[in-house]
Design a protein around this ligand. Structure first.
Ligand code: GLY
Length: 366
């Protein structure tokens, strides 16, 4: 088993990664949970994993009950949050009790937020079942729901007690979801680790095809990178953690145009967004055209959109920039944008002129 510590003082915890871990979850969790009953919150797509988890908890003498929610982004809503909080209260959850989030980013974010506010805070465990959740959203304590005005606008930082990652659960994940999650893996190489990007170029295809060693290596590497960055800037105040948003501002604009629907998955938008961030960086002379082309080539080789055209979003540039203006990172009228001096050399630029970005997007759309 690989154990990655997330060092956050009193809020420190471990991310445990091992093949078959779900079948041993009860033994892993009993020292954390003690003898109290737990509630598992899952989405309707993870029924087989729910059965495995239930059985494993029972074998370890842990009493569990279950709440199954609809799959999909619509679940990260006020309405479902209210239902979930009522159900957790009805189940008798106390402040020291644990709720287990079993699912992808939607379930992890929702359960994390519900447990952040329930009785002014109770405990939770992340058991992520998508590649995207395993390498990004389950680690670091960002939790929340969507508002009418935008995605993830209501939320809290609330760290889990432990994260259990079983790469075997990816075997039943649709390939499109694996590719989308892979975008968040590659992101760590683009941010500050050119060697890892080269590893992705050499091993990405095997990872997507299901190679267990490649998956285990990439997940452990990505989680270690995330733990390091979160440990340096838990509340995203110094700009360090903001690096994890590479590709997300462009990507968010594309997702907004797609109505945050299956037309463009979050990871696909991140890939296209990273492609645009590198392309824009090359266009304004910050990074070499060779590096931007290398990033785009890897997205294409991985079956992911490499920019605006490949994302099939045909909105006018002005509308995309309008979405960017509503980004929650907007501060004092300017939008900090993650740009790159090269692969593994990403930085936060607080001086980006959005009218220049609009001209760039107009050219990209042609
Ligand atoms: N997903 C970005 C972060 O956790 O900061």
């Amino acid at each position: 088993m690989t154990v990655v510590p997330v060092a956050l003082g009193a809020r420190s915890y471990e991310v445990r990664i091992a093949s078959g871990l779900l079948t041993r979850a009860g033994d892993e969790l009993s020292p954390v949970i003690g003898t109290r009953p737990v509630v598992i919150v899952a989405d309707e797509h993870v029924a087989p994993h729910l059965a495995t988890l239930r059985q494993s908890l029972r074998a370890a003498g842990i009493v569990s009950s279950e709440i199954v929610l609809p799959a999909g982004e619509g679940t990260k809503s006020w309405a479902v949050l209210e239902r979930l909080c009522d159900a957790l209260l009805a189940a008798g959850v106390e402040r020291q009790d644990h709720v287990i989030a079993l699912g992808g980013g939607v379930i992890g974010d929702l359960v994390g937020f519900a447990t952040a506010i329930l009785k002014r805070g109770c405990r939770f465990v992340q058991v992520p079942t998508t590649l995207l959740a395993q390498v990004d959203s389950s680690v670091g304590g960002k939790t929340g729901i969507n508002a009418r005005a935008g995605k993830n606008l209501i939320g809290a930082f609330h760290q889990p007690s432990v994260v259990l990652i079983d790469p075997d659960v990816l075997d039943t994940l649709p390939e499109r979801q694996v590719r989308a999650g892979y975008a968040e893996v590659v992101k760590y190489g683009l941010i500050d680790d050119a060697d890892f990007f080269a590893w992705c170029e050499a091993n990405g295809a095997a990872l997507i095809a299901g190679d267990a060693d490649a998956r285990a290596y990439a997940i452990a590497h990505a989680v270690s990178a995330k733990a390091r960055i979160v440990g340096e800037d838990e509340f995203e105040t110094t700009g360090r953690r903001a690096l994890l948003n590479l590709g997300h501002t462009f990507g968010h604009a594309l997702e907004a145009e797609a109505g945050f629907s299956d037309r463009l998955l979050h990871g696909e938008a991140v890939a296209a967004g990273c492609g645009l961030a590198f392309d824009y960086s090359a266009t304004i002379g910050l990074c070499s055209r060779d590096d931007a082309d290398r990033v785009a080539a890897h997205w294409r080789a991985s079956g992911l959109p490499d920019g605006l055209a490949a994302s099939r979003i045909t909105a006018p540039a002005a509308r995309l920039v309008e979405h960017m203006r509503h980004d929650k990172k907007m501060a004092a009228g300017t939008l900090p944008l993650l740009l790159a001096r090269g692969i593994g050399e990403t930085f936060l630029d607080k001086t980006v002129a959005l009218d220049r970005v609009e001209l760039f997007l107009e050219t990209e759309a042609r």
